[in-house]
Structures are given as C-alpha cells and as structure tokens.
Design a protein around this ligand. Structure first.
Ligand SMILES: Cc1cc2nc3c(=O)[nH]c(=O)nc-3n(C[C@H](O)[C@H](O)[C@H](O)COP(=O)(O)OP(=O)(O)OC[C@H]3O[C@@H](n4cnc5c(N)ncnc54)[C@H](O)[C@@H]3O)c2cc1C
Length: 421
C-alpha cells in the first residue's frame, strides 16, 4: 500500500513519521519551499519571532518525538505559573484560572464569583445553543463575557455569539471527558494530582521541531511541489503536480478547507461544495519590541471594547524572549484588517500595546494569515454533511483538534489505522 499526503505542516510531517515507522510506503507533497505549515520561526532584529503558534504543551507524545529527533537539548520550557490578564475597564486584571486567582482577582465582583460556583447545577450544551448562551447559562454573565468566552473564541477571531457550542466548545469538552460540570472536572483533576504538561518551545523557535521532523524523513517529502489536483482511479488516486503524477492507494489531505475543496473537486463535487462552506478568519500578527517588564503570559481583550487588538502574548516574560511581545489583530477587533497596510497594523499594534501596558513599543515585523484559523462559527454545521469517499482522509485542524499536540495525536492515530488496513 502507498499513502499520499498533501501538505507538510505538523500534521503531514507526523503522518510521514508514523507511517514510515510502521513500514508503510508514504510520499508527501508540500507547496512551500520549507516544511512546517503555519509553524514558522524567524530571526528578526535579534529576536526569535514565531509567525504562527508561540508555544506548545509538552505532552507525552510530543516528548517522545523530541527525544527521537535529538532535540532535547534545544527544548526551552516556559513559566506557565504566570497569570493571563484581561484588559477590562481600562485596566489589566488577572483572569481567574486557579483557586488563588479566583479568590484574589478584581476582574469579577463577589456576585460574579459566587455565580460561577453554581455551574454544576446547570446541564450540558443544548441543541442550537451558542457558546455565549452556554457559558452565560453555566457561569453567569460576568465570568462568561469578561474572560471565559474570549479565552476560547479569541483563538479563532469569532464572536462567541456566532459559535454553536455543539460544533465548537462542546467538542473540546467532550474530548477532554467533561460531560456535565467543568468545575467538578477541575476539582477532580486537582485532587488526582495530575499535572498539566508544561509550556515549551525551542531555542530557535517551534520551527526546530518541524525542521527536525523534515530532516529525519526528507526522502519521503517533496518540498516546493504543490499538488494541483487529485483524480480517482479504479484502484486508487492520482496526485497531480506540475512535473509528476503519483499513484497512491490512500490519500490524506492536511490543508485548509478551501484547498481541500479545490483538490477534491474532480473526485466528488458534492464534497467540494461542503468543504467550501467552512469559514476562516484572517489574523494579523504584529511583533513588538518593548521595555515593558510585567510578568504574565499575555493579555486578552474581550470583543466589544474600543481596543483595536484582540490580545497580546508576552513572550518576553513567560518564554524569556528578551523584549518581545506578539500582538493579535482580527476582524472583530479591527474590521479593516484585510485592507490595512503592514505599517498601519504596526501602528495599531504599538499604540494599543502602549494603551494596555503603559509602556511604549516599536513594531519589528508584521505577518498576516489568510486563511488564518478555522472560524468554528455557524458554518461548522457543514460537518453534518461531510462524507468522505473510501480512500480519502482529512487530517486537518478544521475537522479535529487545532492545537499542535492534538494534531500530533490525530495524525499518529490515523497512521496507525492506515497501517492496520
Ligand atoms: C496564528 C496561529 C497561532 C496558533 N497558536 C497555537 C499555539 O500557540 N499552540 C498550538 O498548539 N497551536 C496553535 N495554533 C494551531 C496550530 O498551529 C495549527 O492548527 C497546526 O499547526 C496546523 O498544522 P497542520 O499541519 O494541520 O496544517 P498547516 O500547518 O496549515 O499545514 C498544511 C500544509 O499544506 C501545505 N499546502 C497547502 N496547499 C497545498 C497543496 N496544494 N499541495 C501541497 N501542499 C499544500 C501548506 O503549505 C502547509 O504547509 C495556531 C495557529 C495559528 C494560525
């Protein structure tokens, strides 16, 4: 059996590794000249800048990959004891993510804190409930609107009122094994003494991981070779590139929904139409240099304020990246995002950083993701109509977990299933 993989981001690279380890013949095609997909680390003005993800959780799956690739010496753990702040009423307030923070934060008033404790009394998600409705019903308005909603939806740049819980947060809770009460799950976890894996990166950024994977399996990966279309044959598929036609028995796509739609159009036009329904939000990233010496992981800016950014990562503080801060701009916080110049985004990022922290900052780089993150908005009802022909697999962040440890888990599982066939 031969497996063809489209894309060499973390999903494609993990598939190649796992299939090769199980002696399955595999070939991957990557459109860009470098591996890693949205994982892209750069050196700018002496700083390690992450154009995509800023850090990972060091899960057991990731740890064994790091050992195997000989990257242990390059690993750098972050300090995740530091607080996450919310910019509320013109001030930075601690988001209550631990018992101590819940008791001490002034983000919520006494009534808001008490209301949160009633969460176990309220049942699981209801059909057609939005993330905002679900969180308000469970935790009350204060906690939901001031930090819980933005903490979840901020990753995707979508308003929690436009996310159906069944297709977004509900799936996250289900995968974590949370059926009824989030608070009781947290208490059980605290009592069990199980620790959350630490935050980590590498000295030269997360790109060291994807480059390490590529280097180990380069024989099976064609860089700078976009797949132009996929055709069905009686006994498998043809992956068509500019110079070759590769015959494979099974094909795995790891690309964003729109690319999957384009490539699979000749295989199944109904599937193409379904894939085109999934929305993505653009993301603007502004990398800032500043002397701000606050201690924290970052700042959330809930939608609805007049602040024109959606959040900040304080790389300088929790990842020990000297003077570096990452600012996120999405269309909810800054509607002209797609038409704005890089200079404009840089100005917006620096000005809002100064408003939030009280310290000046200078933009050193701007990057845009278009498509950026899957929106997980109402368009995700398309999941109900997603039917894949035999031999076609999606191993993508829009149908499954978007975080990198989740991508590694899903790709490893799919490789095992394919090897078992
Ligand atoms: C800004 C941002 C911040 C994030 N932050 C975090 C974080 O802090 N922690 C975390 O765990 N996760 C984070 N994520 C999520 C995580 O990074 C992604 O979900 C994950 O990296 C996606 O990997 P992938 O391999 O599935 O897809 P991708 O990385 O999108 O890879 C798909 C690959 O397919 C290639 N391709 C496209 N078209 C073709 C074609 N026709 N032929 C061949 N190849 C093609 C692309 O070039 C790309 O390399 C973040 C994501 C973004 C965008």
């Amino acid at each position: 059996m031969k497996v063809g993989v489209v894309g060499a981001g973390i999903s494609g690279l993990t598939l190649v590794r796992s299939l090769a380890e199980q002696d399955v013949d595999v070939v991957a095609f990557e459109a860009r000249e470098e591996p890693g997909g949205v994982v892209q680390s750069r050196h700018v003005d002496g700083h390690v800048v992450e154009l995509g993800p800023q850090r990972l959780r060091l899960t057991p799956g990731l740890e064994s990959m790091i050992e195997e690739l000989g990257l242990r010496d390059r690993l750098q753990t972050g300090d995740d004891e530091q607080p996450i702040y919310v910019y509320h009423d013109g001030e930075l307030k601690v988001a209550p993510l631990s018992v101590r923070e819940a008791l001490t934060t002034d983000l919520l008033g006494p009534a808001g804190k008490l209301r949160m404790l009633l969460e176990p009394l309220f049942g699981p998600p209801r059909p057609n409930e939005t993330v905002d409705e679900f969180l308000v019903r469970k935790f009350g308005k204060q906690a939901s609107r001031r930090y819980l909603g933005p903490l979840y939806s901020g990753l995707y740049g979508t308003d929690p009122r436009n996310m159906l819980v069944e297709y977004s947060l509900g799936r996250v809770l289900e995968k974590a094994g949370i059926d009824r009460s989030v608070l009781l799950w947290v208490v059980r976890k605290l009592l069990s003494g199980r620790e959350t894996p630490p935050i980590c990166t590498f000295e030269g950024g997360l790109g060291e991981l994807t480059q390490g994977l590529y280097d180990a399996y380069a024989d099976a990966i064609e860089l700078g070779t976009p797949v132009e279309t996929i055709r069905k044959r009686d006994d498998g598929f043809e992956l068509v590139t500019a110079d070759t036609v590769e015959y494979v028995d099974e094909v795995v796509l790891t690309t964003p929904a729109e690319t999957c739609a384009e490539l699979l159009a000749p295989v199944d036009s109904g599937l193409e139409a379904t894939l085109r329904r999934f929305n993505y939000n653009p993301i603007g990233m502004v990398f800032l240099e500043s002397d701000f010496d606050g201690t924290g992981i970052g700042t959330l800016v809930p939608p609805g304020s007049d602040v024109q950014i959606s959040g900040l990562t304080w790389n300088a503080s929790f990842l020990d990246r000297d003077g570096l801060f990452t600012c996120y701009i999405d269309p909810l916080s800054y509607p002209p995002l797609s038409d704005a110049s890089d200079e404009e985004l840089g100005r917006v990022g620096a000005a809002e950083f100064e408003r939030i922290t009280g310290t000046a900052a200078a933009p050193i780089h701007v990057h845009r993701w278009e498509p950026g993150m899957p929106a997980y908005d109402r368009s995700w009802t398309a999941m109900d109509d997603l039917e894949l022909p035999a031999g076609v697999h999606l191993c993508t962040n829009f149908v499954d977990r978007p975080g990198i440890p989740g991508r590694i888990r899903t790709a490893t599982r799919l490789a095992r299933e394919l090897a078992d066939e």
